[in-house]
Design a protein around this ligand. Sequence first.
Ligand SMILES: Cc1ncc(COP(=O)(O)O)c(C=O)c1O
Length: 405
Amino acid sequence: MQSKDLLQLAEQFGSPLYVYDAEKIKSQYNRLTKAFSKVEKLRINYAMKALSNVAILELLRDMGSGLDTVSIQEVLLGLHAGYSPEKIFYTPNGVSLEEIEEVNAMGVQINIDNLSILEQFGAKHPNVPVCIRINPHVMAGGNTNISVGHIDSKFGISIHQLPHLVRIVENTKMNIVGIHMHTGSDILDIEVFLYAAEILFDAARNFKNLEFLDFGSGFKVPYKKDDIETDIEELGKKLSKRFNAFCTEYGKELTLIFEPGKFLVSEAGQFLVKVNVIKQTTSTVFAGIDSGFNHLIRPMLYGSQHHIENISNPKGKERFYSVVGYICETDTFANNRRIPEIKEGDILSFRNAGAYCYSMASNYNSRYKPAEVLWFEGQGHLIRAHETFEDLIKNQISLPLPAKV
Ligand SMILES: Cc1ncc(COP(=O)(O)O)c(C=O)c1O
């Protein structure tokens, strides 16, 4: 996808606009499966929280991917996108027993992350195959909000509670078929994965009926040219070897599962915005765009640095800008960023806008959510129309007050 294509899409569908490249998603999927080709049974469950547009789910389903879901609504979307229940994995956190039972009744693999629900579920449904989410207490991840395996994290059952966990399983005679962990996002050092894997293997030795081990995700993707990223090929080589050795020790060919979100879709996405205003102040030059944290909250939530290109003037002389949104609070996307000279009306592209961008968008300031386009086989396909005023009011109910004359 070239800049001229992006400019044409912005012209055709208006801005702001999310655009995703199907080829990039496919090549990332293939890269991951190739890196682990030495593992006999490999399964990739796309973490759909990253980007849940049905067309993206269909694209990945077509490639053979499974789905990682965190809510019953994600499960319903997955079923709607044509995934069979056996291809869907459900890893909720802090949800009710009722929701877990409802998802289980749909034939979806459930993953339980606390002892209280495990005990209640096991007592009622001892024959259901269940996966357990372990918290290995490994400090990993690029930001405290996305580091989920550490000691203070709310996720998973602490590895220190393993004796209690085993006792619950023995008492209820539950059928534990899988062990899962996910230590965080943006993990650079593959040693972290390998170290956490050993903890998972240790836990797995306590269960005799396993079918799979789920290593979660957390692969770091590059955010700009020459940026650091998880060395997937190296991880594939080392972890496959270790995993295969564990299967031999366990006496069974287990399935190795990963549930990547960012790795599959982050780099495939671009967010196109138009510059409404150039505002020179005593301290900086603001480029005010036709969007805000209502459409892309990651820079404000995680401090993530999305590379910004001026695709209307890519060869322009570079100047320093603060790129800001139109929201009624400070929503700075980039501070003092060198960008080719920007004029009002120019189209800027935010890179790495595939993961956790649209899926975190809101209607704050009563703005519409933007449209989404999938670049597929050399053409832009509208996969979600932008919202309209009807969308804003459709679930709102007025008070039955007498009409004022
Ligand atoms: C349990 C679980 N699995 C997978 C993911 C996907 O992580 P990433 O987008 O870093 O690949 C997350 C992210 O929050 C997660 O919580």
